[in-house]
Write a protein that binds this ligand. Structure first.
Ligand code: ZN
Length: 138
């Protein structure tokens, strides 16, 4: 088992950061040929998923998440906690904090147009996000 933690810094709500190269590097460093890579973002207002890293679909994803957790409705979290990021927590919970991807012949076995991304969902800009990557296999 190999574990590596890396950080990325977002600049604003809605940032979608391509982590594919970091994951490929971790797989290479692990020496694992066949197995899985598990990723976990250690924050409650960020999320991980895969997507085609193309501006159109990135905009579509942002818009779609705002349908599930709109900007202009009251959130109980905001009145209880006062940090104004109720929608961010809801979006992060819907997308999820983790991802598991196959490792095949020492390489990340994702589709050609399938990038691994971190979604910055917090309304408070400029955050450092920590992702824990665990590579398991032989
Ligand atoms: Zn909060």
């Amino acid at each position: 088992m190999f574990r590596k933690t890396f950080t990325v810094t977002s600049s604003q709500e809605g940032d979608i950061i391509d982590l594919t190269m970091e994951v490929k590097n971790a797989i290479r460093e692990s020496g694992v040929r066949n197995g899985v890579a598990h990723l976990f973002v250690q924050h409650s207002t960020a999320a991980l998923t895969t997507i085609e890293f193309e501006p159109g679909v990135l905009a579509d994803l942002k818009r779609s998440l705002s349908v599930f957790a709109p900007d202009n409705v009251p959130y109980a979290h905001d009145s209880r906690w006062g940090d104004g990021n109720g929608r961010s927590h809801v979006k992060a919970a819907l997308v999820g904090p983790s991802l598991m991807v196959p490792v095949s012949s020492g390489a990340l076995a994702c589709g050609t147009w399938q990038q691994i991304v971190l979604l910055e969902l917090d309304v408070n800009a400029g955050r450092e996000r920590t992702v824990c990557c665990t590579v398991m296999g032989e």
